[in-house]
Design a protein around this ligand. Structure first.
Ligand SMILES: NC(=O)c1ccc[n+]([C@@H]2O[C@H](COP(=O)([O-])OP(=O)(O)OC[C@H]3O[C@@H](n4cnc5c(N)ncnc54)[C@H](OP(=O)(O)O)[C@@H]3O)[C@@H](O)[C@H]2O)c1
Length: 264
């Protein structure tokens, strides 16, 4: 019988309609959690909600643009209205298609602002409202924020994404220290390459003639010799939220098949 580590708990996953977020939502659902997913597109969101319900979970999809303060506030209040509490939050939504693949001096100010709003401010907004809720409940909780190996160093032609993902780790490690005494653990997931629509979109933009060549190039750089499956990132998130990680906070968990092992 599958272990149900999250029976009776409530998990909120932004970007839960696709890729790593969807895999985490399904993982929480399989292990007994009530799951709220949030993203912008209703079609994919409703599809995943039905997948979660097909697993026997209580689930909701709440259409949300996580870069918008009012929408994030509503996301948390609607989660509480539906399920009464919050135990785990996976702040994972992000987009790479906001003005990427330019030299640093070529980005516009508008592109900078959009990138930071969607990939960094969003995480702070989500944490702000989630932490307030967890403090009100007074029973601790766990938050995981998605960074990227691109946030560990600089990335040519992708400076804004790299900067936003480095910022996610700054937010994570600061808040982890602030709320540890209240039993709220806050950690970062640092993914390498995972087979999701986002990564496939990157391959197509990097190598429009032959996206497979870009994928092969990545696989050759990864010691484990392949791109990760979204479930392999989700498993790390579930572990960080589980009681097995009860002494882990302020950590950035790199899950990259060894991609960055040579320089970290
Ligand atoms: N895949 C990789 O190789 C990789 C590597 C390193 C880091 N990551 C990080 O892992 C996370 C998940 O990526 P993924 O590969 O699973 O991507 P994905 O399959 O493209 O999923 C992204 C999710 O985020 C949602 N989203 C995007 N912008 C949003 C916004 N403004 N408000 C609310 N939801 C939004 C998308 O739905 P809508 O578009 O409908 O809103 C979708 O559900 C991201 O933080 C990404 O930066 C991925």
């Amino acid at each position: 019988m599958t272990e149900r580590r999250f029976a009776g708990t409530v998990a909120l996953i932004t970007g839960g309609s696709s890729g790593i977020g969807r895999a985490a939502a399904l993982g929480f659902a399989r292990e007994g959690a009530m799951v709220v997913i949030a993203s912008r597109g209703a079609e994919r969101g409703e599809f995943v909600r039905r997948e979660l319900e097909a697993l026997g979970a209580e689930a909701d999809f709440i259409p949300t643009d996580v870069s918008q303060s009012g929408q994030v506030e509503q996301l948390i209040s609607r989660t509480i209205a539906r399920f009464g509490r919050l135990d785990y939050a996976f702040n994972n939504a992000a987009a790479v298609d906001v003005g990427v693949f330019k030299l640093s001096a070529d980005f516009s100010e508008e592109e900078f602002d959009r990138h930071i709003a969607i990939n960094l401010k969003s995480v702070w907004l989500c944490m702000k409202h989630e932490i307030r809720q967890l403090l009100d409940q007074g029973a601790g909780g766990a938050i995981v924020n998605t960074s990227s190996v691109n946030g560990l160093g600089g990335v040519p032609q992708n400076a804004l994404y790299a900067a936003s993902k480095a910022g996610v780790l700054g937010l994570t490690k600061s808040a982890a220290q602030e709320y540890a005494k209240q039993g709220i653990r806050i950690n970062g997931l640092v993914p390498g390459g995972f087979d999701t629509p986002m990564l496939r979109g990157v391959f197509e933009r990097v190598s429009p003639e032959d996206p497979l060549a870009a994928e092969t190039g990545l696989m050759q750089a990864v010691p484990l010799g392949r791109v990760g499956r979204p479930e392999e990132a989700a498993d790390a998130v579930l572990w960080l939220c589980s009681s097995a990680a009860s002494y882990v906070t302020g950590h950035s968990l790199i899950v990259d098949g060894g991609l960055t092992a040579a320089f970290r």
